[in-house]
Design a protein around this ligand. Structure first.
Ligand code: AMP
Length: 186
């Protein structure tokens, strides 16, 4: 896969909250010269809007629940039709459920799982200096629980397709990036 940086590269990053997805996603996007896109970020922007959709999203996010699949799919697919994503992307936070993965229209090259333990995730998030509105301990616990219940089947789905790469997320930022780059052969 050498030279892949110049080709179409559509990557998905999966990991529990605190696994370092956004840090690694941005680094990888730079390396591949494709944009990084986070559904959490999209939803946080939408949740600030004074619209019925904005209010619904805000309520769900603040308790750590998922946004319904149909809404999520529609929003993500719409984003990915924008010209900047035609050449590829690093997508963080989607798909989170099997239904989202099965209905997703894009052809994905690789899915990267950033593996860290629940304990490490809680430890990292509670040590952050800036705590977001949707990062109460209860919401974080809920998100971890939802990850195991709804997102683990997504991992099996991509594992069966043979495109899942597992990376040890309990290393330094540089070491994790190196492991990702090595496993992608770029
Ligand atoms: P994140 O920043 O990725 O942890 O996402 C923050 C919150 O946004 C989640 O707890 C969900 O409420 C919502 N969210 C992000 N991505 C998705 C998704 N793929 N499906 C449903 N809800 C999502």
């Amino acid at each position: 896969m050498k030279g892949m940086a110049n080709n179409l590269m559509k990557i998905i990053l999966i990991g529990i909250q605190g696994s370092g997805k956004s840090t690694q996603g941005k680094l990888l996007g730079k390396k591949l010269q494709v944009p990084y896109l986070s559904t959490g970020h999209i939803f946080r922007v939408l949740s600030k809007k004074d619209t019925p959709l904005g209010k619904q999203i805000k309520v769900l996010m603040n308790v750590g629940f998922l946004i319904p699949d149909e809404k999520t799919l529609k929003i993500v697919e719409e984003y990915l039709t924008r010209p900047e994503y035609i050449k590829g992307f690093v997508l963080d936070g989607f798909p989170r459920t099997l239904a989202q993965a099965e209905k997703f229209q894009q052809d994905i090259n690789k899915v990267i799982l950033l593996k860290i333990s629940d304990k490490e995730a809680l430890w990292r998030i509670s040590g952050r200096e800036e705590i977001r509105e949707d990062e109460t301990l209860m919401a974080i616990r809920k998100r971890i629980e939802i990850f195991h219940k709804f997102t683990e089947p997504v991992l099996d789905y991509y594992r069966q397709k043979g495109i899942l790469l597992e990376v040890n997320g309990e290393q330094t930022v540089e070491q994790i990036h190196k492991e990702i780059v090595g496993k992608l052969h770029i």
